[in-house]
Write a protein that binds this ligand. Sequence first.
Ligand code: COA
Length: 160
Amino acid sequence: MNNLLIRPLQSETEAGFCAGFLAASEPWLTLGFSAEQVLQRLTDPTREVHIATRDDQIIGTLVLHLAGPLNGYIQAIAVHPDWRGRGSGTILMRFAEERIFRQSPNVFLCVSSFNHHAQQFYERLGYRRIGELENFLVAGHSEILLRKTSGPLLSFRQGT
Ligand SMILES: CC(C)(COP(=O)(O)OP(=O)(O)OC[C@H]1O[C@@H](n2cnc3c(N)ncnc32)[C@H](O)[C@@H]1OP(=O)(O)O)[C@@H](O)C(=O)NCCC(=O)NCCS
């Protein structure tokens, strides 16, 4: 999609708008997240949060966790329901991968076992299944850990 600008989340208002459409979407509905719980995660200072806008309208958001053992973790990605299926999610993923591949050869993320559309989306983008975390967030559903890699860790040169 043309005219898509990706930039850091800048205000409580933007965070509140994003929290609203995430909490009203799968997988957060089935996982039982309230808008307040999503908002907490969007304003967590240990996370890097970006939004995609078009003509000053928020189209999607991306939450990255760039420290910790799974260094280079996409914690959340969502496109507003009115804008799905037009390429914005793919553009946000490309942005996340460029950001992460500057510091690590691995991009990790989890997808819920019931979120079949997102599983196809990630597979098409080259993500491979690493393992299954059973009953991880809620009973009866798994989180599936996925990885996309640019090569072995010990051959990786940061910033290249
Ligand atoms: C998963 C998600 C982020 C994908 O975002 P998106 O903007 O719909 O993604 P894209 O448009 O880039 O690609 C989605 C599909 O639309 C198709 N598509 C891409 N560009 C298109 C275009 N210009 N016109 C029509 N279809 C298009 C793609 O082929 C793709 O097909 P797929 O079903 O095989 O994946 C979005 O669906 C979403 O927010 N879902 C709810 C939240 C969620 O599940 N997040 C992931 C949590 S792990």
